[in-house]
Design a protein around this ligand. Sequence first.
Ligand code: UD1
Ligand code: CA
Length: 474
Amino acid sequence: MPSENSLSIVILAAGEGSRMRSKAAKVLFPICGRPMLSYVLDAALALDPDRIVVVVGHKGDDVVEAIRHTWIPQNPRAAKPGVLEFAWQKEQKGTGHAVMCAKEVLESSSGLMLVLYGDTPLLSGDLLQGFRDYHVAKGASLSLISFTPEDMGAYGRVVRNEQGGVERIVEARDLTPAEAGISEANAGMYITRTGLMFDLLSEVKNDNAKGEYYLTDIVHIARGRGMQVSAFTAPDAQAVQGVNDRYALSLAEGAVRRDILRKLSLEGVTVRDPSSTYIDFGVEVSPDTVIEPQTYLRGATRIGCGCVIGPGTEIIDSTVGDGSKIWFSVVEESIVGKNVQIGPYSHIRPNATLEEGALVGNFAEVKNTVLGKGTKAHHHCYLGDSTIGAGVNIGAGTVTVNYDGTRKHRTIIEDGAFIGCNANLIAPVTIGKDAYVAAGSTITDDVPPLSLAIARERQVVKEGWVTQRREKGR
Ligand code: UD1
Ligand code: CA
């Protein structure tokens, strides 16, 4: 049964986000690799609410899908049946109307209701906790968060009465000249009792510049009934910043990025140049690793300790073991073991496994391939669809010829084999243990262990050929 102390959180995410000038849903724009809305959901979940209702509408199917696939798996608590629900706002008639759309879902809830907007990604659970405590301590009927932004922009203004009490909120478009100088903005977070919220909303009208049902109107409606409305000042103005356009998005991303880098630095990771280092939310980096400039660590990436990553490196959805060094290279969806060296200028494409001590260097490409312990592919080569054992030496210019124009085939190179420079290994083919492939060979047949395969024309030397040619006057 819902209790008087229960908490429901409604997050509005149905708006068109027209100022983004995009076909995509605003709340799904990524910030450090995850949707903006995920950050708001994290802050909401930190309050341990009984339910979270996300109101979706514009591109709503995309929003539901993204949250189910990206946010829920990272927050198993959110997967608890009934915690996260979606309500639909079919037509975008304003923020007040959007909250109304959650009425059906929340009909049976009592207790407190906190309303958040899905476009304030810098919110934190601590800030919301402080807000809830403030509201309870004040004993107000309705509380909101206000702040003093650097740029008042399109924020709603908090209008106070002569006694300093909150009287109403005026949207930027509806400001009178007398209200234009107000520097206290509405952050867009409100808390009240669930029943009272819907009761106040039932009186909201759309007689304003935008012809929308403004949630902000509940303030003067509550005041009109003689209720107390209090405003909690956000301790950090940045934390409640809204994202309406792509410039604000870049500022928000900058703030999240700095937070990520600061946290890693305090945990013992050296970030040589924070201004040119981009690390996604959720990437793990262990202590004593150095991140050199111009480095990008994205998605589900984990880096061990004592590594040197960069300069000029991008690692996506990959794991890197302790003590590895990767410079001027790209690694995607791969597993890199301990003490591996990659680069400069190498591309490790999806599904590669580089075991301990392997070395891939100078203009090498590896794809869907296992490189065994201590195996070296130090210069210009392409290793695709291959299983390569331990202690193998891959000469410069080696190519696994894996594609016949229709299908891909595997190359197997067993432990200790030596592949000479400029060898073409036409797959499917197996090079046996400790076997040698002579430089310049095009290998079409399996090479047994401990043997040497030479597949090239014998050299012909024509002594005195140049002298004879000269004598003929050519
Ligand atoms: C809103 C506030 C403004 C406040 C600012 C803080 C209103 C009327 N104005 O303005 O006082 O200073 O936030 O950032 O509330 N949404 C819906 N359905 C709709 C319309 C909007 O779900 O029909 C959602 C949007 O997806 C967004 C949120 O509500 O996540 C806020 O809407 P937005 O249009 O961004 O409001 P602002 O103009 O920023
Ligand atoms: Ca907004």
